[in-house]
Design a protein around this ligand. Structure first.
Ligand code: NAD
Length: 312
C-alpha cells in the first residue's frame, strides 16, 4: 500500500539525507519535503517541496490533507548550542511542533510519527559510560529539557491515545552532504572540512572530550528500520538509546592525520564545552538491538575514509 510521507525540517543536516533516501526507496512523488526555508539545489530538484512552519497547526493540517499524508518525520528543532542563546524560541519550536504532529496523529489525520530525541536528554548526574536506557536524566540544557519533555509526551500520547510514535536518541551525527545546524558535536563535521581546506583546525571542545557519535548513513538506516518495524516490536515509546562509536577530538584528529600527516589541531574550548561535559561518553543501545535488530556499521576509521573521500 502506498504511504505518503511528509518530512518537516527537510532542509537540515538529517532531513536532507532522509529525504533523498526515502525518495530513492519509495519514489519522489510520495515523499513531500517541507521546511521554513528552501534547501540546497539537489534537494529542491529532487521532488515536491512545501514552505511550512511546523509551529503553525492550520498550515500543517492543510499540507497533510492536500497530500493525503500518512507518515510524518518531524526533523525541525533548535539544536543545543543555538538553544542556549534563544531559550524561549527553542522551547516554542521544539515543543509546539511536536504537539502539532502528535495532535494530528491523535485526531487520526496521520497514522505514524517519527520524532528524534537526543543524547542531550542526559545530564551531569547520569552515569557517563555505557549510559543505560533507563537511568538518571536531569538534563541541564534548554535543548535537553525540551527533548526530555518531548519523550514524556510521546510516551503519553502512545499510552493514552494509541499514537504510533517512534523515536531514537541520536548521538552526534557526522555527514558530508549538509553542514550541521548549531549543535555541540558540530566540531566532528567541521574538522574534516578544515583538514582538507586548511590542513589545520581550531576545535571548540577540549582534546579529551569523549562523546557518542554516528555516521549519517547509520542514522538514516536506524530511522528507517525503526519506522518499518512491526508495531508490536516497538516496546519503548519515549525514545531508544542508539549508539555506533565514541571518540574524543584528539582521536578524530589522529584518525584524519593517518590520511593527512601534516594536519594540525588547536584546542580553544568555548561555551559548548560545558554542554559537552553534561553529556554521556558512551551509550548502551541493547534495547534497540534486541527489539528491532539495530546494529551500527560505521566506526571512526570507516567514517574518516568516507568523509575525506566525499569532501575531496
Ligand atoms: P538542523 O538544524 O540541521 O535542521 C533543522 C531544520 O528545521 C532546518 O532546515 C530548519 O530550517 C528547519 N526549521 C526550523 N524552524 C522550523 C519551523 N518553524 N518549521 C519548519 N522547519 C523549521 O537539524 P538536524 O541536525 O537535521 O536535526 C534534526 C533533528 O534531529 C532535530 O530534532 C535534532 O534535535 C535531532 N538531533 C540531531 C542531531 C545531530 O547531530 N544533527 C543529534 C541528535 C538529535
Amino acid at each position: 500500500m502506498q504511504r505518503n510521507i511528509l518530512i518537516i525540517g527537510a532542509c537540515g543536516q538529517i532531513g536532507t539525507e532522509l529525504t533523498f533516501t526515502l525518495r530513492e526507496k519509495h519514489g519522489s512523488d510520495i515523499v513531500i519535503a517541507s521546511d521554513i526555508r528552501e534547501g540546497n539545489e539537489n534537494l529542491m530538484d529532487s521532488g515536491p517541496f512545501e514552505l511550512l512552519d511546523a509551529t503553525d497547526y492550520d498550515a500543517l493540517e492543510e499540507v497533510v490533507a492536500y497530500y493525503e499524508i500518512d507518515e510524518v518525520y518531524l526533523m525541525a528543532a533548535m539544536l543545543s548550542a543555538t538553544a542556549e542563546k534563544f531559550p524561549m524560541r527553542a522551547w516554542n519550536l521544539n515543543m509546539n511542533s511536536l504537539f502539532n504532529v502528535l495532535n494530528l496523529a491523535k485526531e487520526k489525520k496521520i497514522s505514524k510519527v517519527f520524532w528524534p530525541s537526543s543524547i542531550a536528554v542526559f545530564g551531569p548526574n547520569t552515569p557517563t559510560d555505557h549510559t543505560p536506557q533507563n537511568t538518571i536524566m536531569e538534563p541541564s540544557t534548554v535543548y535537553g529539557i525540551s527533548k526530555q519533555s518531548g519523550e514524556r509526551w510521546c510516551e503519553y500520547y502512545h499510552n493514552k491515545f494509541g499514537v504510533d510514535v517512534r523515536s531514537v536518541r541520536y548521538p552526534g551525527l557526522i555527514s558530508w552532504k549538509t553542514m550541521p545546524g548549531g549543535g555541540t558535536t558540530d566540531y566532528a563535521v567541521e574538522i574534516y572540512h578544515k583538514a582538507l581546506s586548511d590542513g589545520a583546525y581550531t576545535c571548540f571542545l577540549n582534546a579529551d572530550t569523549m562523546l557518542p557519535m554516528m555516521f549519517m548513513d547509520d542514522a538514516i538506516r536506524a530511522t528507517m528500520e525503526l519506522m518499518e518495524s512491526d508495531f508490536d516490536k516497538i516496546k519503548i515509546r519515549s525514545a531508544y538509546n542508539l549508539a555506533a562509536m565514541s571518540f574524543t577530538p584528539a582521536e578524530v584528529a589522529s584518525s584524519i592525520a593517518s590520511h593527512i600527516p601534516q594536519f594540525k589541531v588547536n584546542y580553544e574550548p568555548d561555551a559548548r564545552q560545558a554542554i559537552a561535559n553534561s553529556w554521556p561518553g558512551s551509550i548502551d543501545d541493547s534495547h534497540a538491538q534486541k527489539d528491532w535488530g539495530w546494529k551500527a556499521a560505521f566506526d571512526l576509521e570507516k567514517t574518516t575514509i568516507e568523509m575525506l573521500k566525499n569532501l575531496k
